[in-house]
Design a protein around this ligand. Structure first.
Ligand code: MG
Length: 160
């Protein structure tokens, strides 16, 4: 058996006039995440964790924010493209773990839907993905409602 692990991190600014997407779910809130794509920091962190485990660089190299073809793109499509790279590698996802750090809104009611969406995108069993949500205790940019940050880890496995 071959094992690999990867880590991903992302942070996006919370701004007026944008929809909030996290984990490929639209979440009702007064602000949304600024970004070249839909700003889904959770999906971006997951993409980076998977790319990291595959030793394939980072999301910015694969989907540059200077490329107009990614303007406004749903991040679920980026995750699908990372999944294609994963499938090519012969590795399968052993498990994924995610932390969302958001002072607002309360994300607990949306975790189940996020999990269903991500598992469907990655063709993954639901017990292979864990999503955690926490506040930043009112501290710093995240605590002051200026941003939402996410961490992700990916563990991959391949039978040789
Ligand atoms: Mg990002």
């Amino acid at each position: 058996m071959q094992y690999r692990v990867g880590i991903g991190y992302d942070i996006h600014r919370l701004v007026q006039g944008r929809k909030l997407f996290l984990g490929a779910v639209e979440i009702p809130y007064v602000k949304g995440l600024l970004g070249h794509s839909d700003g889904d920091a959770l999906i971006h962190a997951l993409c980076d964790a998977l790319l990291g485990a595959l030793a394939l660089g980072d999301i910015g190299e694969h989907f540059p924010d200077t490329d107009p073809k990614y303007q406004g793109i749903a991040s679920s499509r980026l995750l699908k493209m990372v999944k294609e790279l994963l499938d090519k590698s012969g590795y399968k996802i052993n498990n994924l773990d995610v932390v969302i750090i958001a002072q607002e809104p309360t994300l607990i009611p949306f975790k189940k839907q996020m999990k269903e969406k991500i598992c469907a995108l990655l063709d993954l069993r639901q017990d292979a993905l864990n999503i955690k949500a926490k506040t930043n205790e009112g501290l710093g940019a995240v605590g002051h409602l200026e941003a939402i940050a996410c961490y992700a880890t990916a563990s991959l496995i391949r039978e040789d």
